[in-house]
Design a protein around this ligand. Structure first.
Ligand code: ADP
Length: 505
């Protein structure tokens, strides 16, 4: 048949495997590329090789697919086109992944005479994708470990600065040096926190702790977090809040983090004397938060991918205050996790920028006023505290700090020694690092809890790991609290204060 010969000729010229079957699934033709893919020559018009010329067929997950369920067989049965990925195994055991596209062949009256299958070999592409995926996974693991390791040295630096601050009457140069270290360490802690969050986000381990919150309180906390940058930036900063409270079901810490990232950017990318606005309003069922500035603006090319990971502007055009290009990625993910959206607008370079967050608003008020116990901790306590950390600087500097505030301190650098010291010293509080030599912090906690005198100790885990699963592990090991490095010493002071009050009452 002339038409058929021409058709096969056409298939011969394709840069892909191609073969045809008749209506019964008997192979009527295959081209050279199909032969190469299969690694064998199926018998034409023979029931022994129905539907497909490959030796064995597998799905992408490796499960075997019988020939009478292959795409060709399905297309002939349903008389419809069919396509999808499939793995061909050749007689020599080599596997190739192909995209198969099957189309029924019809005569003039629409009767199905058979089908043609075109096979595109995507093995190399799949292989490249796997390499990229593995590399991405390794990168995320590396980021998580890097952030964790970078956190460790921060704690002793912070403690040392606080100790210097307490010295009082420092020479002006020393005072300046101390406050410079303090500022830079805080900045570094922020960058590391961002790194930790981005590692969590890329592995879907970021969790929200939602509650009914007043948006104004969240925005106040965001402003507070960014206040250093806002002050240093020297812009005129205006906050406009609605008269009526707007309530949201949100994680107040994470939402404040998102808004604070926008405020910090506005401060970073707006010149001295420029203006920055933070505006919150209710529009229908939505809370709308706008951060607007009169700064360097964003070019249209940049605007389209500004929320992507590691996107950063031309650093030469701005006062470089450093950044990893993940702040906006975090904003977007955090807002989306709250069921909201964030959008960026700018008329271009030097035209200022506007970021708008929209979130679903909750209907009613929170019901319960927030509880506060009123009295502020004095920052002083007189507890017996055992500090266990194999980072000697971290342990010693924290010891010095807690000694200054009136506590009796013992320090040890490994888990076994910690148990011995605890049995003599009978501490009321143990600050316990988790990653310790010999026996780790979880084991130390469990063993302490087994002692009669260990039941009432306040056990505090001090660690760089802060996921919910890490917190659950420390709870299970018998810890009362889980603090994340670098330790927030004012938080620790509050905690010790409450331990002391309940111990003495
Ligand atoms: P980073 O600020 O750490 O570089 P971000 O993800 O927060 O990372 O921001 C990405 C980029 O978007 C910045 O490098 C900057 O070029 C641009 N950008 C963000 N906010 C603003 C703003 N308010 N004005 C101008 N450019 C901005």
């Amino acid at each position: 048949m002339r038409g058929e010969t021409e058709f096969h000729h056409l298939l011969d010229t394709l840069p892909a495997g191609a073969y045809t079957c008749d209506a019964d699934g008997l192979i009527t033709y295959f081209n050279e590329h199909a032969l190469e893919l299969w690694g064998r020559a199926p018998k034409l018009n023979d029931p022994i090789d129905r539907f497909c010329g490959s030796f064995r067929l597998l799905a992408a997950d490796g499960t075997a697919i019988p020939h009478d369920q292959c795409w060709m067989a399905r297309a002939l049965k349903t008389r419809r086109e069919y396509d999808g990925e499939i793995v061909i195994e050749r007689p020599d055991g080599e596997r190739r992944t192909v995209l198969a596209h099957v189309n029924p062949i019809r005569d003039g009256s629409g009767e199905v005479l058979g089908a043609v299958n075109v096979l595109v070999d995507i093995t190399d592409r799949k292989h490249a994708e796997d390499i990229v995926k593995t590399a991405d996974r390794s990168k995320n693991e590396f980021l998580a470990i890097l952030a964790h390791e970078l956190r460790n040295p921060l704690a002793p630096i912070r403690n040392a600065v606080q100790i210097l601050n307490r010295e009082g009457a420092l020479a002006p140069e020393s005072q300046w040096a101390v406050s410079a270290i303090e500022r830079q360490v805080r900045q570094m802690a922020r960058l590391i926190d961002d790194l930790v969050d981005v590692a969590r986000i890329t592995s879907n381990r970021l969790e929200l702790r939602k509650e009914r919150v007043d948006l104004a309180a969240v925005l106040r906390s965001a402003v507070e977090t960014s206040s250093m940058l806002l002050k240093a930036g020297g812009q005129e900063f205006t906050v406009a809040l609605p008269e009526e409270s707007i309530y949201l079901d949100a994680d107040p810490v994470r939402l404040a983090q998102a808004v604070s990232n926008l405020l910090s950017n506005a401060a970073k990318y707006t010149e001295h004397g420029g203006r920055i606005w933070l505006i919150a309003e209710r529009r229908g069922g939505e809370a709308v938060i706008t951060v607007r500035d009169t700064g360097v603006g964003i070019s249209p090319a940049m605007l389209s991918h500004i929320f992507e990971m590691f996107t950063r502007g031309e650093q030469s055009q701005v006062r470089t205050l450093g950044g990893l290009g993940i702040g906006l990625t975090l904003v977007k993910r955090l807002v989306e996790m709250h069921g909201g959206t964030v959008a960026a607008e700018s008329a271009g370079q030097d035209m200022g920028s506007t970021f708008v967050i929209r979130l679903p608003a909750a209907e009613s008020s929170p019901g319960q006023p927030p509880t506060a116990d009123g009295s502020l901790p004095s920052g002083a306590s007189s507890l017996r505290v055992l500090i266990v950390d194999d980072n000697r600087d971290a342990a010693d500097s924290l010891a010095m700090l807690l000694r200054i505030t009136g506590n009796e301190i013992r320090t040890t650098y490994d888990g076994l020694e910690a148990l011995q010291v605890a049995s003599d010293f009978r501490p009321e509080v143990v600050l316990l690092d988790i990653g310790l030599p010999k026996i780790d912090g979880h084991e130390v906690a469990q063993r302490l809890r087994r002692e009669a005198w260990g039941q009432r100790i306040c056990l505090i885990a001090v660690t760089g790991w802060s996921d919910e699963s890490d917190r659950a592990r420390s709870r299970a090991a018998g810890f009362d609290h889980h603090l994340v490095k670098p330790l927030d010493t004012s938080h620790l002071a509050k905690l010790l204060d409450s331990v002391e009050r309940s111990a003495r009452s």
